[in-house]
Design a protein around this ligand. Structure first.
Ligand SMILES: NC(=O)c1ccc[n+]([C@@H]2O[C@H](COP(=O)([O-])OP(=O)(O)OC[C@H]3O[C@@H](n4cnc5c(N)ncnc54)[C@H](O)[C@@H]3O)[C@@H](O)[C@H]2O)c1
Length: 361
């Protein structure tokens, strides 16, 4: 049975586990690693087997986070926090019933289980809830319904994220919950996302491996707020240990980068090789976000500091990511990530931590 051998944490026991849903995913794997490195035992829940071997301190369980067993486990109050990253993350998904079941109802059920147990609940929302911004200015959380500022969700995925935010907000702030509207997260470990991987990562990979960099022809001056995945993980780590007022917060780098600038970065990554850039027609101009940027003031006030990521740090993170692609072909890189070869139990090395995993023989 799932989790059956994970001991409950008592006052004198080792630190209580933190459950990370979507832990085999891009953001969830980085968050799991950051939490484990900070000394928190992590139980990662995902329907997929992690592609990379989990780090020590992370136990992986192959399960659907909406399973009653998972919710029951949360309701026991034995975990220190639930960090919810699992979702249908494909922004092109059109199956509203599936989006509603996983991204909305599933999130709300998990939040309810946390509230019942008095367990902090931190979950991933999305900057996509704002849709297109009418002004080139950072958008604040409460502007999501202000038609003068933004269009609101442009696709069913974004709608699902906004519904979860709103239904949670309507429940009030008696329990501790935090929704984080990520902008464009980038970093290592998102090969499994294919065309849904960060556009920045896709362009850098193409440049680093001598392939054609493709760009919509109407987006040279479009801008994205790109946030390094390490910065997201660091913020989640802080929110696990630092209480802020319950609510929804933007989480991005807090400044926009144009695609023209990304092309400059690509040219640097190409290291003197001619950069092959192809401008292709935008197939979704009506549903395209031409400018994204998070106003991070609310999070800054809550954390009593400036949570923005300086532009030079974003560029440095992009260069570091490009370095992981350099000299590695796309296929080889996919293999290097170990897709479908990972064993989910391998990293459960915390003394006394059992190894519950549906992937175990
Ligand atoms: N990556 C970004 O730029 C970005 C931006 C905004 C919001 N988000 C949100 O952040 C979260 C993480 O995104 P990501 O980029 O890591 O995506 P991802 O697809 O890599 O990770 C999501 C993980 O959730 C798992 N999952 C899906 N349904 C599940 C279920 N029912 N039970 C258990 N596991 C399930 C998937 O197998 C996957 O491993 C998502 O909620 C996503 O919507 C991401």
């Amino acid at each position: 049975m799932l989790y059956s051998s994970v001991p409950d944490g008592g006052p004198s026991a080792r630190p209580r586990e933190i459950i990370v849903t979507g832990a085999a995913g891009f953001v969830g794997s980085h968050i799991s690693t950051a939490l484990a490195h900070a000394g928190h035992p992590v139980t990662g829940v995902d329907v997929r087997v992690p592609a990379r071997p989990p780090v020590p301190g992370v136990c992986s369980v192959e399960a659907d986070f909406t399973d009653p067993e998972v919710l029951d486990r949360v309701r026991t109050g034995s975990c220190a926090a639930v960090v919810h990253q699992a979702a249908i993350s494909d922004t092109m998904e059109q199956d509203w019933a599936a989006l509603r079941r996983v991204n909305v109802a599933g999130t709300l059920d998990l939040a309810r289980a946390c509230a019942d147990a008095g367990t902090p609940f931190i979950y991933a929302s999305s900057h996509s809830v704002y849709g297109s911004l009418h002004e080139r200015a950072p958008v604040a959380e409460d502007a999501v319904h202000d038609g003068a500022v933004c269009t609101g969700p442009l696709n069913p995925y974004a709608r699902s994220k906004l519904e979860a935010d709103e239904e949670l907000s309507a429940r009030g702030t008696d329990s501790y919950w935090v929704g984080l509207r990520y902008t464009n997260v980038f970093g290592t470990g998102e090969d499994h996302k294919g065309r849904m991987a960060s556009i920045l990562g896709q362009m850098l990979r193409a440049a680093a491996t001598g392939r054609t960099v493709r760009l919509f022809s109407d987006t040279l001056h479009a801008c994205r707020d790109y946030v390094p995945v390490e910065a997201v993980a660091a913020t989640v780590l802080r929110l696990v240990t630092t209480r802020v007022p319950s609510g929804v917060y933007n989480l991005g780098a807090g400044h926009p980068v144009s695609f023209a600038t990304v092309l400059e970065w690509c040219a640097e990554v190409a290291r003197g090789r001619q950069l092959d850039v192809r401008l292709v027609p935008n197939e979704v101009p009506g549903r395209y976000q031409y400018w994204t940027c998070a106003d991070m003031s609310k999070l800054g006030r809550a954390l009593d500091g400036d949570p923005r990521v300086p532009p030079q740090d974003v560029k440095a993170a992009a260069e570091a990511l490009a370095g992981t692609f350099a000299g590695v072909g796309g296929e080889a890189d996919d293999r290097a990530d170990g897709e479908a070869t990972g064993r989910s139990s391998g990293g459960c090395l915390t003394p006394g931590t059992p190894v519950p995993s549906a992937a175990d023989p």
